[in-house]
Design a protein around this ligand. Structure first.
Ligand code: PEP
Ligand code: MG
Length: 744
């Protein structure tokens, strides 16, 4: 190993270095032959260096993956140690190498991050079994060769046009988590640091090291907290404040010190305490808590990197300026270590739509794909990569034609965005003069700039639970009030509709204990949970009332099933109103109370419901889920039933009619409002107010400006009323749009 280390340090050309490596191994292991084969992109193993075979066959001799002993090792990624190689079923002589008869054979795969890059082997004429330490030595040299391949130093040694497997273009599908297209270069985010130095020599010295590192960790968190961009963005701050709390946690520090006293080095202690913690948390079935383990891991890894002298995050000077981070998983604060202006996207091997880091990435406008199996092992730093956050596809080391397709797609998107931006101040009115309120959905502080940028009429749905989901502990009353006031300040004269906490179902808070449920979507969630925990609800209502002092406050309640729930919620809010008034707080100038229509039971008590509210908002995501008995998150069911089918459209129309009868405003704030064709159908039904994700405002407005609402309304009503005509209206609507040149 010493010799190999010296060889690596010598100023040699790559081919000469390979030649020296095989020569030394052969000499050292007293083997007649030692060879290195490298895997090419066309699944062929090419001889790159040899001692003992015909030197003229280097870069000419080749084997297919799976062919012969070498091909078998590469295909299985397992070593072969054979005293009598000829007896192995895969044995063949390699043509053109003047290979002499031999008996003993030892071959090991050249691996990097679980990928096979080639094979290193030795052969002896004598029958012998290679010893354990010889195998280990060969494996270590294989690691060295793997580094050379990964560093690109072997590229160009073979004939022109030969591409190594490591540089092979790879495309695969993953799950789209945040929209947009990212074009850039890989930055591998290495959350795990391998600790090799396990046992300490001097416990006191080690404790001092640990304390210093902890101190540094705390300071770095304080630094991040004081950074201007973070101080301004509330939810990032909440994450970091939780980290600060963990970093000062006495129990954690005590356990770390104990492990050092028991003989471990500081870094081994961090690893041990972390894995104990992991093991304990693994027993918890709650997926959200398990997801949150990444935040703990993140903190422990920061400490490890500190102890082992590794830099944090990306080297912003030398790293690519168009970084696409590839990670197994990631804590939200780790993402904030990177400079936003150098980030183009995020690829996670784990990650779901509700992971903390994904919520923050989405708020930052970064495309994200998740569940990208094997992404880390397939990528190398600086590899070109393209991710499509709209359909989840990932293209690693894309060939020029794929890249140009995406460059065009990005340009097209940019041009379209430009056109939508031009529509921002154009009134949202159909060709026949029907005004439609295009509102936006929001939930985090970072969404607010979109209000001006998208040209939305107001916020039709503010999902208050998002603040709770990105925080690591229950947001205090004052924090809630601060967020609501900031939202109202940002909205100015535009209206904002706050929805009270909609937790439960798939929206789980790690700090709020909930027992597992068989059908969480039908279980203890939203208003059901809130009414049982009046403390939670009262705190929120109070925060809303105080934040809106002197202004209009619009509040709506999610998942109302029974009108008694609504009455109870109304009671709570009026009680809080009275209470706060008594204590001299300035109360909202006007208070409007609404209900979300998400459960079909309300469809059969619409007039009674309308008596109790100032407005209703249809949560079509949930309403369609319960209407059609189809899980909204189940990819297999996606597209099986259509929300543009006559029964569902009839249900929506009946809500609209009940609103008109009772003088109650009706809005719809589910995903369908943001799809131009579905939005067109809603306008055709008579909707004049819809709320959607901000990026949809432009496309929906572009549709609206070309629409004759009256003509559509007439055409649609006939179509829906014809009970014998089965099936969805989608085709009809799409034809209507095409005939009238309506973009959709
Ligand atoms: C809905 O159900 O349509 C809705 C808007 O609420 P959420 O998507 O937050 O459940
Ligand atoms: Mg809902």
């Amino acid at each position: 190993m010493r010799k190999i280390r010296e060889l690596m340090a010598e100023p040699l050309e790559p081919q000469a270095r390979l030649d020296e490596i095989v020569r030394h191994i052969a000499q050292n292991m007293v083997a007649e032959v030692c060879s290195i084969y490298v895997l090419r992109a066309d699944a062929v193993l090419e001889l790159y260096a040899t001692e003992g075979l015909n030197p003229g066959s280097v870069h000419l001799a080749q084997l297919r993956l799976g062919e012969g002993l070498v091909g078998t090792i590469a295909a299985t990624a397992r070593s072969l140690n054979l005293p009598e190689a000829q007896k192995h079923p895969a044995f063949t002589y390699i043509p053109g190498t003047d290979e002499e008869p031999y008996n003993a054979f030892l071959g090991v795969p050249i691996l990097r991050a679980g990928r096979t890059l080639g094979v290193l082997d030795v052969q002896n004429r004598a029958k012998r079994v290679y010893r354990e330490e010889e195998i280990e030595a060969l494996e270590t040299v294989a690691m060295v060769v793997a580094e050379m391949i990964a560093a690109g130093s072997l590229a160009g040694l073979s004939r022109p046009g030969v591409v190594l497997d490591l540089s092979r273009p790879v495309s695969f599908d993953s799950v789209a988590l945040s929209e947009g297209i990212g074009l850039g270069h890989v930055v591998l985010h290495e959350p795990r640091v391998v600790v090799t130095n396990l046992f300490n020599e001097d416990a006191d010295a080690e404790i001092t090291r640990l304390e210093k590192a902890l101190q540094f960790l705390r300071i770095s968190i304080e630094d991040m907290l004081s950074r201007r961009d973070i101080a301004a963005e509330g939810e990032h701050r909440a994450v970091l404040e939780a980290y600060r709390m963990f970093a000062h946690d006495r129990g954690w520090v005590r356990r770390l010190e104990e492990a050092v006293r028991n003989g471990l080095t500081a870094e081994a202690a961090v690893e041990k305490v972390q894995s104990d913690m992991r093991a304990r948390m693994m027993h918890m079935t709650d997926p959200y808590i398990r997801e949150r383990m990444h935040d703990f891991d993140d903190l422990a890894n920061r400490l490890l990197r500190q102890l082992m002298g590794r830099a944090e995050g990306m080297d912003s000077e030398n790293g690519p300026k168009d970084a696409i981070i590839v990670a197994r998983s990631m804590g939200a604060a780790e993402l904030l270590d990177y400079r936003r202006d150098q980030l183009r996207g995020l690829v996670l091997e784990e990650g779901t739509a509700t992971s903390h880091v994904v919520i923050v990435a989405r708020a930052l406008g970064l495309p994200v794909v998740g569940q990208a199996k094997g992404a880390v092992s397939m990528s190398e730093n600086n590899d070109a990569i393209i991710i499509d956050g709209d359909d989840g596809s990932v293209h690693l080391r894309p060939p020029a034609d794929v890249e140009s397709v995406f460059v065009e797609k990005v340009q097209f998107r940019a041009k379209r965005q430009e056109q939508y931006r031009a529509l921002r101040d154009v009134a949202a009115e159909t060709r026949d003069g029907v005004a439609v309120r295009l509102l936006m959905n929001a939930g985090l502080l970072v969404d607010l700039p979109q209000l001006a940028e998208s040209g939305a009429t107001g916020i039709g749905l503010f999902r208050t639970e998002l603040q709770f989901m990105v925080a690591s502990s229950m947001p205090k009353a004052s924090e809630q009030e601060r967020l609501y006031a900031a939202v109202l300040d940002a909205a100015g004269s535009k209206s904002v509709t706050f929805r009270t906490l909609d937790i439960g179902g798939d929206k789980i808070l790690p700090y709020l204990h909930q027992s597992p449920e068989e059908n969480p979507a039908l279980g203890y969630r939203a208003i059901r949970l809130a009414l049982d925990r009046p403390g939670l609800m009262r705190t929120q209502l109070r925060a809303l009332l105080k934040a809106a002092g002197g202004r209009e406050l619009r509040v709506m309640f999610p998942m109302i099933t029974d009108l008694a729930e609504l009455r109870q919620a109304r009671d709570l809010i009026s009680r809080e109103f009275k209470h706060l008034t008594k204590f001299g707080y300035v109360m909202p100038r006007r208070l409007k109370i609404g209900a979300m229509i998400e459960v079909p039971s309300l469809l059969f008590q619409l007039d009674e419901l309308m008596q109790l509210v100032d407005f209703v908002s249809i949560g079509s995501n949930d309403l369609f889920q319960f209407f059609s008995a189809v899980d909204r998150g189940n990819a297999r069911m996606a597209g099986r039933f259509d929300d543009l089918s006559p029964p569902f459209l009839t249900a929506l129309k009946s809500i609209l009619d009940a609103g008109t009868r009772n003088g109650v405003e009706v809005t719809l704030c589910g995903e369908m409002a943001g799809k131009p064709l579905a939005a067109m159908a809603l306008i055709g039904l008579g909707f004049r107010s819809i709320s959607m994700t901000p990026s949809a405002i432009g496309p929906v407005k572009a549709m609206l400006l070309e629409l004759d609402a009256d003509k559509l309304q007439k055409a649609m009503s006939g179509h829906i009323a014809d009970r014998h005509r089965a099936g969805s209206l989608r085709q009809f609507l799409s034809d209507f749009a095409d005939v009238h040149s309506i973009p959709h």
